[in-house]
Design a protein around this ligand. Sequence first.
Ligand code: NAD
Length: 497
Amino acid sequence: MKIIPHFINGQKTEGAGQRRSDVFNPATGTVQAQVALGDTADLEAAISAARAVFPKWADTPALTRSRILFRVRDLVEKHADELAAVISAEHGKTIPDAKGEVTRGMEVIEFATAAPEILKGEYTEQVSRGIDAWTMRQPLGIAAGITPFNFPVMVPLWMAPMAIATGNCFIIKPSERDPSASVMLAEIFKEAGLPDGVLQVVHGDKDMVNAILEHPEIKAVSFVGSTPIAKHVYATGTAHGKRVQALGGAKNHAIVMPDCDLDKAVDALTGAAWGSAGERCMAISVAVAVGPVADALVNKLAERARTLKIGPGEDGSNDMGPLITAQHRERVCRLVDSGVEQGATLVVDGREHVISGHEEGFFTGASLFDNVTCEMKIYQEEIFGPVLCVMRAPDFETALKLVNESPFGNGTAIFTRDGDTARNFTHRVQAGMVGVNVPIPVPMAFHSFGGWKDSLFGDHHMHGPEGVRFFTRLKAVTSRWPEGIRGGAEFSMPTLG
Ligand code: NAD
């Protein structure tokens, strides 16, 4: 059985930990490898390598760090097909979708290559007579990233280039369900010239997460995952004196106004709800149909749900691949059961969906519910599967209230042709990322990514300017120099006083 190793101090290693966890091929349902789960000795080995290299890395000029990141960027582009193949094999998403994820991750590297610019401080001359003041941003030390299964390349790349460009050492603890891509990334950074110990990968499950959260030498933790774990990570990490940004789950609503271009909205919702089998934190899982548009919207969505091409991710012509594990598929199907029991109208039922030749794969079809209400479990819980819930609202105000009362506030969108409605929505909606006729409004790398409410715990969003702030400490210097030698040469014998 293939063992997926850690990457510690520039080397692949199976480490000291004896536990292993199965890594499935979700399209066939078979175990394709096992990941070595680290123990505290493995974490200590990584910390010790990082401790040794940190002073030198922190003192390395930002431009030198940036030049390494330029090479990393080129290598990621060169290896994009291999990275996409690894993502697809372990996660199950389609190859074109996986390539898109690699590109979005690469964009964060591109932003981080601007290290000399993004680390510039502020300067005020003459804050008082003969006194100047300035600020500088310095690295925190050793930071860690704990990442989810659904973006095995993009999410580690939301974090690592930012941490490294700003002079930190970084340890990734990837999802144990698709851990290979992080190791590939670490090898790419090494090939680009990154010193050993600056970027490392230590695998594990909750035990490793807790060891990271409690380790006194880890100064910051960047987490992305489900809301209950994000809450735990934030509470434990901050209780141990760390800076924590913990991005959680989501229930993203799209408001569909009667004046929208309905065909375009249906196209957008089809991709946003069922693409990547709904396993995206920015997936649209609730469409709020306003007024008379509802029937036409449901009919058109149903037609699309029934005709999606579903199959293994390696076939790039498929629209949607399998779910990540058999347990997750069971959970999604149980939630669909609950929707039926609680009285929602199941317009398209994706529960039984067998792919010929892949009978053991973790597939479901796309599901579509109509007449969903706030009391239903399918509305309250993040399903994280290919299930779209349609709710009906009589007017814009009711629809907006619904979005704002959701405990989640990751992304949201509105489909309309009216600028005033769109502006009113963007101004008043309680969510961190907002789309206007854009279904998945993931900010570009030079902006920052993050939700509100139960979708983010901590003060900083991910990457972009917020990422620079998260991974650095601010230092303010106030400086006065006594009179120097401006007076010119002295010819008499110097004396004290
Ligand atoms: P998860 O919360 O199960 O796992 C995330 C990480 O936490 C993994 O590395 C895992 O090993 C670790 N972990 C799991 N259980 C733990 C426990 N009990 N204690 C400590 N650590 C634990 O999430 P997932 O299923 O891998 O990913 C899907 C979730 O991530 C969804 O909820 C999705 O919305 C969310 N997500 C959010 C964003 C965002 O930007 N807000 C982005 C991607 C995914």
